[in-house]
Design a protein around this ligand. Structure first.
Ligand SMILES: [Zn+2]
Length: 422
């Protein structure tokens, strides 16, 4: 059985900081389809369009009829655990530090047999008895590659504490988190959700400490919360805070956002557009330059090592919604930069989580018709993404529908949005 993790003791500053060793990361181009689905928390396997065979491992052609027409399709992952083993020795540096490690062979109901990492709550198959039912899921490992995991059939919340699973996730439990903007409703909801999820300490940035902001005193009264001055438009402010707490932050959640609802011709000048870029794009760049290196340096530092960077983007980053045109452009710029950040963080095993909500229920979306994402629901989705180790999240009905339409045909979506259609 898996034991719940204990809060680790304080770090001895005299001991050296361990360096990160990643699990084996080399995969072929075809196998990346598995990672693309795992990044959103889904198990997808290749299905042959001609004969219907479900296959694993990923290949260029069908194992049964050699057809090249293969599609990635969602799988339930249900199957039977045929055999297990426990790794007691490994020449791989990553696994060497984490032994013993349980592995299993699962025969999926869909057809193929797969090798999986085993969750601690999965029971051993009894000799001569029926093979136990398990559910196989796909997760990203510390190298950002998809791996298969055998879960017990009924996974409950307590089972998230499994040691092997925690290795794949970025659970905020016992960790120290920086939320860059506590002024907004979303920022405050994220702080509350992190505290509820067991975060050890939450630093909450606020750009204008002299302003009496609604909701902030309530947040500040939480014992885990410390308010810190942080203005992401001011490089000195970002650098000073990084100098103070950069070496202790395990997760950065960038909630800083500047949002005004205008297109091109509805306003004169570029002041508002510049302000959006200053926060949404340059703000991320400043934070990444100041906090990124320290985060990378601590990615193997004990049980609560540095683990993730979360960006509050927008589904508007994928395709421009003209009624809020300049805001969308700043989010598209931020998305591109976040991809760069992800590439730079991956070798250290730090996960960059991009969150793409639909319209949030806040001041500048008053004229946008419902459904809108409530800040509390968005915050819950962000914490869940960290607990599940996801890379890309699309919270809310609008975001879910948009991303489907965008995948289906980005050109058609562009036309629909130009006509005002949500
Ligand atoms: Zn086939």
């Amino acid at each position: 059985m898996s034991m719940p993790p204990m809060k680790p003791p304080r770090k001895n500053p005299v001991l050296r900081t361990p360096q990160m060793n990643l699990p084996p990361a080399s995969r072929g181009r075809v196998a990346l389809g598995l990672a693309a689905a795992a990044a959103e928390g889904r198990l997808e396997l290749q299905v042959c369009e001609d004969c219907g065979t479900v296959q694993y491992p990923p290949r260029e052609a069908c194992v049964r009829c050699v057809s090249p027409s293969l599609q990635w399709r969602h799988q339930s992952g249900e199957g039977r655990l045929m055999a297990t083993t426990t790794l007691a020795h490994s020449n791989d540096l990553y696994f060497r530090e984490r032994l013993p490690w349980r592995l299993g062979m699962v025969h999926l109901d869909a057809g193929p047999s797969v090798m999986v990492h085993l969750h601690g709550a999965v029971l051993e198959p009894a000799a001569g008895g029926e093979a136990p039912r398990v559910r196989v899921g796909a997760r990203l490992d510390r190298a950002g590659q998809a791996v298969l995991i055998g879960f017990p059939e009924n996974l409950n919340d307590a089972m998230q504490d499994d040691k092997m699973l925690r290795e794949m996730a970025c659970d905020p439990k016992f960790r120290k988190v920086l939320v860059t903007d506590g002024k907004s409703a979303v920022g405050q909801a994220v702080v509350k959700a992190l505290v509820k999820a067991g975060a050890d300490l939450v630093w909450v940035g606020h750009a204008e400490p002299w302003k009496k902001l609604p909701g902030l005193p309530e947040i500040a009264a939480l014992p885990q919360v410390t308010l810190v001055p942080l203005d992401v438009t001011d490089e000195r402010s970002v650098r000073e805070l990084a100098g103070e707490i950069g070496g202790k932050v395990d997760i950065v959640v960038n909630t800083a956002e500047y949002h005004r609802a205008f297109g091109i011709s509805a306003r004169r000048g570029t002041d508002v557009a510049k302000a959006e870029m200053e926060v949404n794009y340059f703000g991320l760049l400043r934070l990444a330059q100041c906090f990124g290196p320290a985060l990378k340096g601590r990615s193997a530092d004990g049980a609560t090592h540095a683990t993730a960077w979360v960006n509050l983007l927008s589904v508007f980053a994928l395709s421009n919604f003209p009624a809020q045109g300049t805001f969308c452009a700043s989010k598209a710029a931020a998305l591109s930069l976040a991809q760069c950040l992800r590439a730079e963080m991956r070798p250290a095993g730090i996960r960059v989580v991009n969150v793409f909500p639909g319209p949030i229920d806040e001041e500048w979306n008053q004229n946008v018709p419902p459904p809108k994402v409530a800040p509390a629901a968005l915050a819950t989705a962000i914490v869940k993404a960290l607990q599940d180790g996801l890379e890309d999240v699309y919270p809310g009905d609008v975001a879910q529908e948009w991303v489907q339409r965008w995948r289906d045909n980005p050109k058609v979506l562009e036309r629909e949005l130009a006509a005002g259609g949500m």
